[in-house]
Design a protein around this ligand. Structure first.
Ligand code: HQG
Length: 179
């Protein structure tokens, strides 16, 4: 089992389905590290040293330990209804959203929807948006007029690993970039 596979499994548990290993997250998305390790034994065995390595080297810094190291949570990306204490902030004037070409027509008619996650995910740079878009096939990038949205009263959140989020982007704040 590669570290990457284990990390993907960790992401599934900590963001979407902790119950597949019978793990309970608290209201802020934290799991007890010892409990997690012991429950992962039958599915994807992991020890504390490997878990520390995954958290430290993760390319998107997806996970955090609590200050005392006894708890772990995903920093963002959840579909499980937990409050990971995101910072509510004024966003940059422009943010980007990467998606697949197959979704463009629907996005242009309904705006950006959060679908299964708690928020629509946005990035402050085009490269990241393009990578996110590639996960869904031929990539497309939307420019989000986040400055105007903020002035119009929409809330924006920022995670400790640098992802911007909002609940919905109506279509009038979107324009498609030519790649
Ligand atoms: C699309 C990954 C049709 C949306 C990434 C996206 C990110 C619509 C897909 C993070 C739509 C949902 C989140 C509409 C939105 N009609 N399609 N009206 N509105 N969509 O995976 O943003 O590696 O839930 O464009 O890097 O792709 O997991 O969201 O294509 O940061 O850490 O519906 O997940 O990070 O897909 O990705 P997702 P996402 P991790």
């Amino acid at each position: 089992m590669s570290l990457r596979d284990t990390s993907k499994f960790l992401s599934l548990i900590l963001r979407h389905n902790s119950q597949i290993i019978g793990l309970t997250l608290d209201e802020h998305g934290w799991a007890d590290v010892d409990d997690l390790i012991s429950r992962m034994k039958t599915k994807r065995p992991i020890d504390r040293v490997t878990l520390d390595e995954i958290v430290a080297t993760d390319d998107k810094q997806r996970y955090s330990f609590s200050a005392n190291g006894k708890l772990i949570r995903a920093n963002q990306g959840h579909s499980l209804p937990v409050d990971v204490e995101l910072s509510e902030l004024k966003p940059p004037e422009i943010l980007y959203h990467g998606t697949g070409a197959k979704f463009c027509r629907s996005i242009l008619s309904m705006g950006l929807m959060k679908k299964s996650r708690l928020y629509v995910h946005l990035s402050s740079d085009i490269d990241t948006a393009e990578k996110v878009g590639r996960r869904h096939g031929s990539p497309r990038i939307f420019v989000v007029d986040s400055g105007k949205m903020f002035n119009d009263g929409f809330k924006f959140f920022y995670s400790v690993n640098g992802v911007w989020m909002t609940e919905h982007v109506p279509k009038n704040y979107l324009s498609e970039m030519t790649l």
